[in-house]
Design a protein around this ligand. Structure first.
Ligand code: ADP
Length: 371
């Protein structure tokens, strides 16, 4: 009979020992079990007493000698505490096992205490999480691939449609020029609609091409002075500014890392819209502001135009979404989605603050450092 090196001195400790849900076994230096707690015995499906004197590797590892990973063997060699994560078939799962040395009164290792915590559920959860993460990664990869394919498709389609459309437009225009007033009034009307339709389709395709270029083009970020960018956008909008008697002002604007052509397009779209969606009885007043917000800049393009019903504030950023008929305000519904794409390219956010009849404030952020 093996003598236990571990002597319980209080009944409370006995109870505690058996109440602990971790599996505990005490071994002597010959690998003999001298004691197990109730949780260990229950897991092995035996009584605590029947374990006493059994070699630990027989009881738990189920082999005739200690396996390489046996923490007790390691402890007997170096006298140190060891913790390892092991799979124990006899115990039915994965465990974190800590073995701590027990010394005799001469300071020699006389055995060890094993505390094994069942981590099978945690491992399963981790494994499931790994599988879910892997599936998510694959999904994102697939989504990126199909997005890229779509972008290329949109680019090629709009690019290749330009040429035949140019031909249709120029021939219907020629038809209009040569035969207007020479055929009957119905023919004049039909030609008018054909020219109008062809011109609108040209604008749509041009906008689509610009939109798909934003996504297919590589970013070329450089230091960009926004005051000169806004000046350039104003210059590009000269005709409509004059036609509408618009006044555009801006506060001091910073120099940031950005793609200059995309940012010019962004301001041009926002200021262009601010002029287009002007109030009937007031000349457009447009103001551009920048606010330093720590790691990022917040920009605002503020107008005194017709405003936007707040229920549509997200919708207007979607491609082809417009709130008006084309005879009320011309347009393709691509401008703001283009702005959103440009801001996404710069790792920022864009949104609108507005109420109907109250003017609009288009806001966007651009981080100061762009990876
Ligand atoms: P488009 O200007 O070609 O219609 P956008 O994508 O630029 O397309 O804008 C989408 C819609 O958002 C517009 O049709 C208009 O209803 C609304 N919108 C955009 N800018 C303004 C603005 N500054 N004021 C009022 N409404 C605006």
């Amino acid at each position: 009979m093996t003598k236990s090196p571990f002597i319980m001195i209080k009944e409370e400790w006995e109870r505690t020992f058996d109440a602990i849900p971790d599996l505990i076994a005490i071994l002597d230096e010959e690998h003999n079990v001298t004691r197990v707690n109730q949780a260990m015995a229950d897991t092995l499906g035996v009584s605590p007493e029947s374990c006493i004197g059994v070699k630990c590797f027989k009881a738990v590892h189920g082999s005739n000698c200690p396996p390489d990973f046996c923490p007790h063997s390691k402890l007997l060699k170096d006298g140190k505490e060891h913790t390892s994560e092991v799979y124990e078939e006899n115990l039915g799962g994965y465990f974190i096992v800590t073995v701590s040395p027990i010394y005799d009164d001469k300071g020699k290792v006389a055995g060890s205490v094993h505390v094994a915590r069942n981590i099978t559920n945690r491992r399963e959860m981790e494994d499931n999480l790994k599988i879910a993460l892997e599936a998510k990664k694959n999904l994102v990869k697939e989504l990126k691939r199909s997005n890229k394919e779509l972008e290329q498709f949109a680019y090629m389609a709009s690019h290749d449609l330009q040429e035949p459309l140019r031909m249709v437009t120029s021939f219907v225009k020629l038809l209009e020029k040569r035969y207007k007033g020479q055929l009957d009034s119905n023919a004049d009307e039909y030609i008018y609609y054909a020219v109008d339709g062809a011109e609108r389709m040209q604008k749509l395709i041009k906008d689509l091409l610009t939109y798909s270029r934003i996504t297919s083009k590589n970013e070329e970020f450089e230091l960009v002075n926004l005051e000169s960018i806004v000046d350039k956008s104003i210059l590009n909008l000269t005709v409509s500014i004059k036609e509408n008697n618009a006044r555009i002002t801006y506060d001091a604007l910073p120099t940031i890392m950005a793609d200059p052509s995309l940012i010019t397009q962004l301001f041009q779209n926002l200021v262009g819209n601010a002029i287009k969606f002007r109030a009937e009885d007031e000349a457009p007043e447009i103001h551009v502001k920048a606010e330093d917000n720590g790691d990022e800049w917040i920009f605002q393009v503020i107008d005194n135009g017709i405003g936007i019903d707040s229920q549509h504030k997200d919708l207007i950023f979607e491609v082809f979404q417009r709130l008006h008929e084309k005879n009320e305000y011309p347009g393709t519904g691509i401008g703001l989605s283009m702005c959103q794409k440009i801001i996404e390219r710069h790792n920022g956010d864009i949104w609108v603050e507005s109420e109907l009849g109250e003017g609009s404030k288009f806001c966007f952020t651009i981080p100061k450092s762009i990876e």
